[in-house]
Design a protein around this ligand. Structure first.
Ligand code: NAP
Length: 275
């Protein structure tokens, strides 16, 4: 029998711990504040931004919302970030992606002061992660580590395979598993003999952005499988990068979609805000 890792429950546990911490800080006269900037009115972004604001309210983190029109220029946006960088009462700055096409995302993310970069995307934070210094860590891979640890799954000495090498998931995921003393292999679209490598994994983390790509032929019997993917099918149903029905019976533990990695991202964002 396999364990279905309950991301909803674990993320709630983390949020409740953070709520207690925020209350204790408030009692000492200390507060946290997250500035959330959205440019344009992409409906998916609006949902994400609202969920982040809701999580702030739940925990007791102040939030400042900037809802900027689609035609905002890059200079205007960078100007606002510059002001927020200077404000002592703002601890975290988050720019909701994607940005409108006329704005260069990289320049905008670089404008955020690394000590306020709660998404962990700034090269300074990425560099700190890779050399084992403290700093903000990208929220989704940080959430995967929490799912493993809080489910009692040991990482040290395990053969860990990360499928995907994006800057926001695959690469930081690999660095975090290495930091936990896993033996880590990263696979990508040019990897040869993919199944041979994934079948070595004690812990397989899948983040390739392809619905139900991983079936049982990619998985060693008894492995732990973490599915980062999120897709909505034609019937508006969510699924991951892993074919859950086919893979689950061959695992010792697996994350479902929805209710696995997804809810962890906001919990870890809140954790970064409290850091
Ligand atoms: P991405 O930027 O598109 O990266 C996909 C990675 O998978 C790339 O490194 C690519 O290799 C690799 N890849 C693609 N096809 C492959 C194949 N056939 N064989 C082997 N490797 C292959 O995606 P991402 O941003 O990392 O996101 C991955 C998934 O996670 C998406 O479904 C996304 O929606 C989801 N996601 C979820 C959360 C959450 O909160 N749960 C957060 C972020 C992302 P190359 O580098 O060689 O192109």
């Amino acid at each position: 029998m396999y364990l279905v890792i309950d991301g909803k429950k674990i993320s709630q546990e983390i949020k409740d711990e953070l709520k207690e911490k925020a209350a204790a800080m408030k009692a000492q006269g200390e507060e946290r504040c997250l500035a959330v900037i959205q440019v344009g009115s992409d409906p998916a972004s609006t949902v994400y931004v609202n969920n982040k604001k809701k999580a702030c309210t739940y925990i007791g983190i102040n939030s400042l919302a900037y809802e900027l029109p689609e035609e905002t220029t890059e200079e205007e946006l960078i100007g606002i970030i510059g002001e927020l960088n200077e404000r002592a009462d703002v601890n975290g700055i988050l720019v909701q992606l994607p940005l409108p096409k006329h704005i260069n995302e990289e320049r905008v993310l670089l404008a955020i002061a690394p000590e306020k970069d709660v998404d962990g995307f700034h090269p300074v934070n990425v560099g700190n992660l890779s050399i084992g210094r403290p700093g903000y860590v990208s929220c989704t891979p940080a959430g995967v580590i929490q799912l493993l640890k809080r489910s009692g799954i040991e990482i040290e000495g395990k053969e860990c395979v990360v499928l995907g090498r994006s800057n926001i998931v695959g690469k930081p995921m690999a660095m975090l598993l290495l930091r936990e003393n896993g033996t880590v292999t990263v696979c990508h679209s040019r990897t040869k003999n993919l199944k041979e490598i994934t079948r070595r994994a004690d812990i397989l983390v899948v983040a390739i952005g392809k619905p139900k790509f991983v079936d049982e032929s990619y998985v060693k019997e008894g492995a732990v499988v973490i599915d980062v993917g999120i897709h909505r099918n034609e019937n508006n149903k969510l699924c991951g990068d892993v074919d859950f029905e086919r893979v689950a019976p061959h695992t010792s533990a697996i994350t479902p979609v929805p209710g696995g990695v997804g809810p962890m991202t906001i919990a870890m964002l809140m954790s970064n805000c409290m850091q």
